[in-house]
Design a protein around this ligand. Sequence first.
Ligand code: FEO
Length: 404
Amino acid sequence: MKEFMKAIKVSDHVYWVGAVDWSIRNFHGYLTSRGTSYNAYIVMADKIALIDTVKAPYKEEMLSRIASIIDPGDIRYIISNHTEMDHTGCLPDVIEAVKPEKVFSSAMGVKTLSEHFHLDHKIVAVEYGETVSLGNMDLSFVETRMLHWPESMFTYLAEEGVLFSQDAFGMHLASSERFADEIDDDILEYEASKYFANILMPFSLFVSKLLERVGKLGISIGIIAPDHGPIWRKDVTRILELYSKWAKRKPTKKAVIAYDTMWQSTAKMARSIGEGLIDGGITVKVMPLDVCHRSDVATEMLDAGALLVGSPTLNNNMFPTVADALIYLKGLKPRDLIGTAFGSYGWSGEGIRQVNDVLKEMKVELIGEGISVKYVPDHDALSQCHSLGSLVAKRLNEVCDNDR
Ligand code: FEO
């Protein structure tokens, strides 16, 4: 099997030597419905460099792809752009097998690699803007702190205009195709947006600043080679523009209604609120949390202007699936939302108050205190829900129209 694993040419001197993970569906809480890839790259310079490695179980796949073009022992330098273990899990074994002259990372990367692997091999810290000569070509480094770890950096190969961007501009997508221009546009944009929403949304301000900074560097980027998913080799401005748009997270006339229900009461309320929103001209995504994954809700939040959360009260608390989704969304720090809480209860009704408390922590502009209904909503209660939807729609229209 190993001899069939081939390196894929990316540019004159760059080859993809990563691994495709067709089976992963849970990437620490993120539903990876289409699997992923762990990308690593060989730069075939006078001094051969390996950019990043792969998750530990995929070491043999990477090494066999490398062996299809060179003797892995000929690797002189290894660059670690990002310490997270989907890109370094096999690094200690690879260092042992390859015995490179030098392993480079950011100064913070030296620390985080040591804290992960307690390596005997000395890691050399590179300064941002510094150049490492590969003989006939040079690598340089761009600071990308908190995108999405403190040690993260980009590596740039000026001679071929290749930006090795670690997680940024990537997506969780297993595919036989290696290049974005070979993949359906809708799949690409959806998976890239899901990746941004679930990994990078909390760091949106850093993304905006990075894009500004990269623009000012005056470097020519012909190829963006991320650590997950396809490589961008045509129209790289497309993914750069999408990142610029997503990082601004400008609210649109779209509302997400996330809820769970025990006996359909909260579900009926969700649908009535949704009708009020739709009648007010808002696009609505109703997401029952028994069938909608938290990471899919997060993806819809990338451009939503309103978040409405419904929960029954179970044993004096909000419903567990609602707590799960809310704590996840809170961590992703979506900004500039309006919203409200709603739900049914039997005797105490703490769930709705707890949802409102979390929405306040998320700095959501609340439209009233929401609606709670005892047991089963009657016609009047559902009419109030419709009115609440209309109120949220009115405010969202004002916000979006004033923002133009
Ligand atoms: Fe793909 Fe942050 O690791």
